[in-house]
Design a protein around this ligand. Structure first.
Ligand code: ADP
Length: 471
């Protein structure tokens, strides 16, 4: 995760780019503002000197000019202003130059600024002095008498000081930028690590899960978005582990349950094949084989039913429980009578409506009735009743059968659980009937429970929420 595509790198690079851009923009504006300020300052000071001199010069330029005096004057001004000072006459010919040796005395001063000044305008520009080998600021000011220009003052100052100051400022800004980049860079690396550290941890855990190590857990150290993600991850792995172990247990249970009838069938087939038998005995063996096969088929059907229940989301409709129970009781009368059992129902006058898949509700009641029939000896009675409890409609299937030992009551709705395996097998149970009941009722937002006393009978209950219309 340390490549240039990593989140950590990109976060740190983004922070750095932002701070660098901000510092460059600030430095640029600060530098240009200060540059203007310093150059303006110098220009204003040159102009001030020039204006002072221009009033003073009027008298000196009138009539005969004295170049020696004017040059001395220029020299004095030059010392004060820190600039070269040149005076010209009306034609732009130098009549005084602060630079005595190698000066321009009596020469025409060929300068744009001077031409402007002779036109009556104050003008200035930055030029390059070959002699000083550096930039200079040049200002030219007209000397006027009665609205006519009689000469010009030309001042040229070195900009070395300005550029020295600006150089200092530039170094300072560069240092500040480097410092900001270093501080923000360090900070952003730390911050990026804080943010991406847990993400990397999550990725590593997810990778391990992909490799099949499902028992991953991450220490949650913060309550921010990443912390919540880690929390959810832990919850997910916990669930996943729970489901996988359930699935493993279920697969083992199925294998175990299937093995018994298959072994029996294999034994029966071998006996039929290898031993001479009377036709009577042979028939008995084939009947046993047939009943084992039936049991296997019933188990496979129940398993299919369970897995279908888990994936299907069937449309529900309003079901009147009273009607459903009554019709099922009527349909089962004959079967119960044949087993020597009495079957009746106690239903309220008022209709109890629930939102349900009718076929599935029929299966719930059907499974409970099958169990009552299977586990109640002849002469017993089974009753189905319906009553209301707060916002639920409760159905109770009570029998006077063998009952369930107290220690088994909490396992009764588990897949493949049977109280007395030997006894139940005789009856051909798969151990899945109540698991189906419980799954269907749970999917309808309801609950199931049982009350039973060994030898005295059992009561199975399922409660379903009323359809909204009825509440
Ligand atoms: P089975 O196909 O074995 O009936 P069930 O899931 O329907 O599977 O029931 C699980 C076990 O619960 C049964 O094997 C039986 O021991 C016990 N049982 C269920 N209903 C009753 C009942 N009405 N009376 C006594 N025992 C019952």
């Amino acid at each position: 995760m340390s490549g240039i595509y990593s989140l950590r790198f990109r976060l740190a690079a983004t922070f750095l780019a932002i701070i660098l851009a901000v510092m460059i923009i600030i430095s640029f504006f600060l530098y240009t503002t200060l540059e203007h300020y310093h150059i303006n300052n110098l220009r204003e000071s040159l102009k001030r000197t020039g204006f002072l001199a221009s009033d003073f010069l009027v008298g000196h330029l009138r009539g005969q000019v004295n170049s020696v005096r004017l040059s001395t004057l220029a020299e004095n001004m030059s010392r004060q202003a820190g600039a070269r000072v040149i005076f010209t006459d009306q034609q732009g010919v130098v009549v005084g130059d602060s630079m005595r040796v190698g000066g321009l005395l009596n020469q025409a001063l060929e300068q744009e600024n001077v031409y402007d000044a002779l036109e009556g305008e104050v003008s200035s520009s930055v030029g390059y002095s070959e002699r000083l080998e550096q930039n200079v600021l040049q200002v030219a000011i007209p000397v006027e008498e009665d609205d006519s220009v009689i000469g010009a003052i030309f001042l040229s100052a070195s900009m070395e000081d300005v550029y020295n100051t600006l150089g200092d400022i530039r170094s300072f800004l560069l240092l500040a930028t480097l410092l900001a980049v270093a501080v923000v860079g360090g900070g952003s690396v730390l911050l990026a690590r804080r943010i991406t550290g847990p993400v990397e941890e999550l990725t590593a855990a997810a990778r391990k899960m992909a490799e099949g190590k499902l028992d991953q857990h991450i220490e949650v150290s913060s309550s921010d978005e990443i912390g919540r993600l880690a929390d959810q991850f832990n919850l997910m792995t916990k669930r996943l582990n729970y489901y996988t172990s359930n699935l493993k247990k279920f697969a083992a249970d199925v294998a175990h349950e299937v093995r018994t009838p298959l072994t029996t069938m294999s034994l029966l087939t071998k006996s039929l094949k290898e031993h001479e038998m009377e036709p009577e005995q042979q028939k008995e063996f084939v009947e046993d084989l047939d009943s084992e096969l039936d049991r296997l088929i019933a188990m496979v059907n129940d398993l299919l039913e369970l897995s279908r229940l888990e994936k299907e989301d069937v449309e529900r409709e309003e079901v009147v429980l009273n009607r459903l129970i009554r019709s099922m009781v009527e349909e089962n009368q004959y079967r119960f009578a044949r087993a020597g059992l009495e079957l009746h129902c106690e239903l309220p006058e008022r209709e109890y409506k629930v939102m349900a898949v009718p076929m599935q509700l029929r299966q719930v009641v059907g499974n409970l009735l099958d169990n009552a029939l299977n586990y109640t000896p002849p002469g017993g009675a089974v009753s189905v009743s319906l009553y209301r409890e707060e916002n639920e409609a409760v159905t109770r299937v009570a029998d006077t059968g063998c009952g369930i030992p107290e220690e088994d009551l909490s396992y009764i709705f588990e897949r493949f659980f049977r109280v007395d395996r030997a006894r139940t097998r005789e009856g051909g149970g798969t151990g899945l009937g109540l698991a189906i009941v419980s799954e269907i009722v749970a999917q309808h937002g309801g609950r199931v429970w049982v009350e039973s006393k060994e030898g005295a009978g059992s009561s199975f209950y399922f409660a379903l929420p009323y359809s909204e219309e009825q509440i």
